[in-house]
Design a protein around this ligand. Structure first.
Ligand SMILES: C[S@@+](CC[C@H](N)C(=O)[O-])C[C@H]1O[C@@H](n2cnc3c(N)ncnc32)[C@H](O)[C@@H]1O
Length: 241
């Protein structure tokens, strides 16, 4: 019997929205084309249907292709060192987590998540560990259940903390601020943060600045993600504990 190596699958984000947009767009196009609604309604229905359908396709392309480009760009900007300890907050199926472990060849990458099925399709710790195995980094990857508003780590544990498309899922600004402050808390003095998100990124930058973090890059637009996303990179000054 031959053994097969599976390739990593980092999942589809917001599957419910993609499904609704795709199906809604398709039905609108059919209705506008076939129903006797008159030229004005027909053209409005057709444009709306096409834009829903294109948005669904762009979201699938973003999850399947764009996010891999965005991960390389974000991790490259952090200039990780081989022995770094890295935390991925809201790691999902391990996009940044595994990418970080590929770079930290003598280090460790830890992911925390609460595995929401709304935010990512077939989201689970087992899927993340399978992706780590598929990329050959299992020995350097650890995954924990956890909530980003209360990180289960001591102060100053990590050389770098990353987060991709996760913090906006917290519903209130107070909760999102808490998550940013938790990231700062678990970061070592001199450590770096990289955050990619589709909303609130300017606000994250101001919260980071308000506690003495130096925002070294961004918020800058990430061309690979749909809906449009922005990235910030920040550094914890060596004198802040
Ligand atoms: C859109 S997915 C992105 C996953 C991964 N970072 C990526 O880019 O592929 C958002 C992730 O945030 C996680 N998440 C949402 N709220 C969270 C919370 N309060 N604490 C930890 N993770 C959370 C979800 O379970 C999901 O895995």
């Amino acid at each position: 019997m031959t053994s097969q190596t599976q390739s990593a699958d980092y999942g589809l984000d917001a599957p419910g929205i993609v499904r609704t947009m795709g199906t809604g767009g398709f039905l609108l196009i059919i209705a506008a084309t076939l129903a006797p609604v008159g030229p004005a309604l027909e053209s409005a229905g057709l444009s709306m249907g096409i834009s829903f359908l294109l948005s669904a396709i762009a979201m699938i392309a973003s999850s399947r292709i764009g996010k891999l480009k965005a991960r390389n760009s974000l991790l490259g900007a952090l200039a990780l060192k081989p022995a770094d300890n890295i935390l991925d907050v809201g790691c999902g199926r391990g996009l940044l987590l595994v990418g970080a472990a590929l770079r930290a060849t003598n280090g460790r990458a830890v992911g925390i998540d609460l595995w929401s099925q709304v935010d990512q399709l077939n989201n689970s710790k087992a899927a993340t560990l399978r992706n780590a195995a598929a990329e050959g980094v299992s020995a350097r990857v650890e995954v924990q259940d956890g909530d980003m508003r209360s990180l289960p780590f001591a102060n100053s544990t990590f050389d770098a903390v990353v987060s991709s498309l996760a913090i906006h899922n917290l519903k209130t600004e107070a909760d999102r601020d808490l998550a940013i402050l938790e990231i700062v808390r678990v970061l070592k003095p001199g450590g770096k943060v990289g955050i990619l998100d589709i909303a609130n990124v300017g606000h994250y930058a101001s919260i980071l600045g308000s506690v003495g973090m130096q925002v070294t890059s961004g918020p800058r637009f990430s061309p690979w993600i749909f809906p449009p996303a922005r990235v910030i990179i920040a550094r914890k000054p060596p004198f802040i504990i």
